[in-house]
Design a protein around this ligand. Sequence first.
Ligand code: AMP
Length: 213
Amino acid sequence: MRLVLLGAPGAGKGTQAKKLIEKYSIPQISTGDILRKAVADGTPLGKEAKAVMDKGELVSDKIVLGLVEERLKQDDCKKGYILDGFPRNTAQAEALDGILTKIGAPLTVALSVDVDMDILLKRLTGRRTCKNCQQMYNVYFSKSAKENVCDKCGGELFQRDDDKEATIKKRLDVYEAQTAPLMDYYKKKGILKSVAGMGNIDEIFNKVCALLG
Ligand code: AMP
């Protein structure tokens, strides 16, 4: 299965992707995670990306496409993959189609995870991550037992720089303007499926599995 996950920041794409990779034994390719790693490692690419990410804007198509093309060439992608957070605009979607057409393995499905705006805002502003084990929490929906301490490993919880309020507004605006049009793009190709991404994580996952078959 070659799957693209669509949905606004905070829709829960990453959470569903984590469950899908277990079920289907295929890798998750999150351009956000790849970029955050480059930032944490302090690579030149990471330094360039950080300023853009902190503003809530999109990193250049050239950089992101280079990262994705490299990643798709790796052996573990032969059985399929889940693209999470990519493509983010029509230019990236067209470039991805070009790459996949060349290797004769087009996308199987684009799955959109749909969530109302008021919930998105709480999910994003409330999101906290463990510095140590990356376990995610939310101060509104799934608090840790002790404030700012990970239940699993006792690590310190932090808020992503781009989950601060001003950046979130920008990220959602960028989503509406640049990424939401991809729904139509994949609908026209006949591979778009949609799931309501609200409520219990496992219930959403069951709906996702029913859709994917
Ligand atoms: P995410 O974790 O997917 O919300 O990504 C966090 C940030 O990384 C975004 O706000 C962008 O600045 C950058 N980013 C992630 N994926 C892409 C992409 N496909 N194209 C451009 N920028 C991206």
